[in-house]
Design a protein around this ligand. Structure first.
Ligand code: NAD
Ligand code: ZN
Length: 280
């Protein structure tokens, strides 16, 4: 079993380090992984609720159910706050030990923790994207909170729900319509973000693979690509995953436990070793 100290030593002596994160890193921010028990897919099957035709049909025929779904998903993300794992990655970036984070998460928690270089493979639930010019912008948090509150009111009629939703997707400055900046089933990844992620994989020396099961493609192919280009893989996960056989180091445990300790060791390694006095 590799130790955390060995991995910290590797990180501190190598060139470029990149992190690939998945739903597991946000588990301790009370954003359940979709697949786990209590995950949103238990009540809202992804075949319908992560699927464009399914969403349109639900909106038309079961607007009340759609309002419940939106209130639950946005309510969870709006309540969530970064946990020590997110802050540890920010600290590593500030200390110069981490170049970028490539995330599959849509919860905005890396940015909320202060990380600067964040590549979002599956979009961001708190952003809108113009369907004409591709411009992305963060939504107004207060308006979102207001919408979640109103959707929780069961007295809303179908028309009120539809009206509330249409207000929510304003036009872009270019005149184009905006949609949520999230990748749904059957949609391709944002090309700009995926190209950036591939470049990070090509040039990194160490890839930290944190809290992802490796089940969702093409994101799951990135560790394999990084490894083929010569990177060492360090997996941080309380369980082994389909990416574990590829990993050079497996640190088994929760990210919010392991990463802050990694930062502590990296800080110690950064300190100049005490000067030895001349021997008498
Ligand atoms: P996944 O649900 O398939 O797998 C989660 C992985 O995290 C598992 O391997 C699990 O063992 C591990 N894990 C659980 N708790 C952990 C912890 N405390 N520390 C470290 N690891 C932990 O997640 P995925 O691979 O990211 O794929 C799911 C897809 O669903 C992604 O596309 C993602 O966009 C989306 N998703 C996002 C969020 C979010 O934005 N927070 C939440 C759920 C799902
Ligand atoms: Zn536009």
């Amino acid at each position: 079993m590799p130790t955390l100290e060995q991995v910290a030593q590797l990180i501190s002596t190598t060139g470029k380090v990149v992190a690939l994160t998945g739903a597991g890193i946000s588990e301790e921010s009370a954003v359940p992984t979709f697949r786990g028990s209590g995950g949103i897919w238990e009540s809202y099957p992804p075949t319908i609720y992560a699927n464009p035709p399914g969403l349109v049909m639900t909106l038309l025929w079961r607007p009340r159910r759609m309002a419940d779904f939106i209130a639950e998903v946005f309510g969870t993300i709006l309540r969530a706050e970064p946990n020590p794992a997110h802050y540890a990655l920010t600290a590593m970036e500030e200390m110069g030990f981490l170049n970028s984070i490539v995330t599959q998460n849509i919860d905005n928690l890396h940015q909320a923790a202060g990380s600067k270089e964040v590549i979002e493979l599956h979009g961001n639930l708190l952003k809108l994207r113009c369907m004409r010019c591709g411009h992305r912008k963060l939504m107004d948090r207060r308006k979102l909170e207001h919408m979640v509150c109103s959707f929780k009111r069961h007295s809303l009629s179908r028309l009120q729900i539809l009206r509330e939703l249409s207000r929510f997707f304003p036009k872009c400055d270019c005149g184009g319509r905006c949609r949520l900046d999230v990748v749904l089933f059957g949609e391709s990844l944002p090309q700009d973000q995926f190209s950036l992620a591939c470049k990070e994989m090509e040039h990194c020396d160490v890839l930290l693979v944190i809290g992802t099961s490796g089940a969702v493609y093409p994101a799951a192919s990135l560790p394999c690509y990084a490894r083929a280009k010569g990177a060492k893989l360090v997996e941080i996960n309380p369980q082994s995953s389909s990416l574990s056989p590829l990993s050079d180091y497996l640190l088994m445990g929760k990210a919010a436990f392991i990463l802050p300790r990694m930062v502590t060791v990296l800080r110690q390694l950064q300190q100049p070793s005490p000067q030895r006095g001349p021997s008498a």
